[in-house]
Design a protein around this ligand. Structure first.
Ligand SMILES: *Cc1c(COP(=O)(O)O)cnc(C)c1O
Length: 402
């Protein structure tokens, strides 16, 4: 790599206000460039310390008393922190619990139940597999029909595409904020408004935007949302997901996995189920306390850095990488306009599995989508411009045609 390219990367790092955050993550010594923060974020030092102290101090010493000393409230308390720092959600509407898949199942059922008499769910045929499977199941269970959008991967779901199927029969529209393949960022406020104009409810999956693109859920009037925490929120493999229910729906949203944690009084052990009247009604069983503690650490890092600063660095990182890829003649799939993409850049290669193997051998970890996509995820708190350049350097020599 030329010294002038090195100098540019060094200058970008020197003027990056978030550069010090890189040190807040544990190193991975054999990794030259970690370009998969969109699948599993790196490990915050604070999380390693907090989990260790949780085990030895809280679990070991407080034992069952811990539930009354704060653990019971963690899904809501950390939900509120996440809502404030990441989602633009006022307190009392967000929970940290279960997985995205389970939460999507719950919120889709709840949303359909809020629109009785309408019998169609609109979703995208390009969406992440688990989202499509859940949409299909919920529709079948409620004797509803799915209207599948067939958007272009890069343009993705636009008002025109949505307008073709939206109508009086639409109960719910379920969309992902950022396309997991192309990184296309959907216009969440405009689409939400369009969905409401048709009388339907908007359900958003924020897996690829939570922690890296501001979502302003309250302001946009989003009805329900879900998302995961192990990607740009750095909460660790399998960490609990989140769900959001707008205040206006809190008293009436009915979800299908009712358990003692969603009941009005957890310890009443009542004969008959009565749902809680607050956001707890979306819980099911005992929360994963260790996982939620890790989510809290990840959220606090984003809160400290500020979501707008994180987004600003994200667009600088992806623009920088796209410029390098363009110069090298790579086939970039992701949108060119920075305000239309999330925090990963996808390129097309002839054999993604083989390219992935070669990159990993050389210490560069991408995300492979067979047959022909490499996704390069840039996590603003842990990725430097020099690391992007190192990764690109290897990519160019082992993957791109010379
Ligand atoms: C990562 C991701 C998921 C993951 O769901 P899990 O239940 O955590 O396995 C779901 N949907 C989208 C859009 C994702 O990007």
């Amino acid at each position: 790599m030329s010294t002038s390219a090195r100098r540019v990367a060094a200058e970008l790092d020197a003027s990056d206000p978030l550069a010090p955050y890189r040190d807040r993550f544990l190193p991975a010594d054999d990794v030259v460039a970690y370009l998969d923060g969109n699948s599993l974020g790196r490990t915050p030092r604070a999380t390693a310390e907090r989990l260790a102290s949780f085990v030895t101090d809280e679990w070991a010493r407080r034992l069952i008393r811990g539930w009354d000393e704060g653990w019971l409230d963690l899904p809501v308390d950390v939900g509120d922190e996440l809502g404030a720092a990441v989602l633009g959600a006022a307190a009392g509407q967000t929970l940290v619990a279960d997985s995205t898949t389970v939460n999507l199942f719950k919120v889709l059922h709840a949303a359909c139940g809020l629109r009785p008499g309408r019998d169609e769910i609109v979703a995208s045929a390009a969406d992440f597999p688990t989202d499509r499977y859940v949409v299909e199941q919920v529709a079948a269970q409620r004797s509803m029909t799915v209207r599948w959008l067939q958007p272009d991967l890069v343009e993705n779901v636009t008002p025109d595409v949505l307008g073709e199927v939206l109508g009086e029969r639409t109960a719910v529209v379920s969309l992902s904020h950022v396309d997991y393949r192309s990184s296309a960022l959907l216009d969440l406020p405009a689409l939400t408004e369009q969905i409401h104009d048709s009388g339907a409810l908007a359900v958003w999956d924020l897996c690829h935007s939570a922690g890296v693109v501001p979502t302003n859920l309250d302001e946009a009037g989003v009805d329900l949302a879900v998302g995961c925490t192990y990607k740009f929120l750095n909460a660790g493999p399998g960490a609990p997901a989140f769900l959001y229910v707008a205040r206006e729906h809190l008293a009436t949203a009915d979800q299908p996995i009712m358990g003692w944690f969603s009941a009005a009084d957890l310890f009443e052990m009542a004969d008959a189920y009565r749902a809680a009247t607050d956001v707890r009604r979306m819980l099911s069983g005992t929360p994963n306390v260790l996982g939620i503690v890790a989510v809290q650490c990840g959220v606090q890092l984003v809160a400290e850095a500020g979501i707008d600063a994180v987004r600003a660095k994200s667009t600088r990182l992806t623009s920088y990488l796209i410029d390098l890829l363009d110069e090298a003649g790579a086939t970039v799939l992701s949108p060119r306009a920075a305000d239309r993409r999330g925090s990963h850049v996808s390129i097309q290669v002839p054999d993604a599995a083989e390219a992935g193997r070669r990159l990993v051998e050389a210490g560069v970890i991408p995300d492979v989508r067979r047959p022909d996509l490499l996704r390069l995820g840039l996590s603003p708190l842990s990725t430097s411009f020099a690391e992007v350049l190192d990764g690109f350097d290897v990519l160019r020599s082992v993957v791109l045609p010379s």
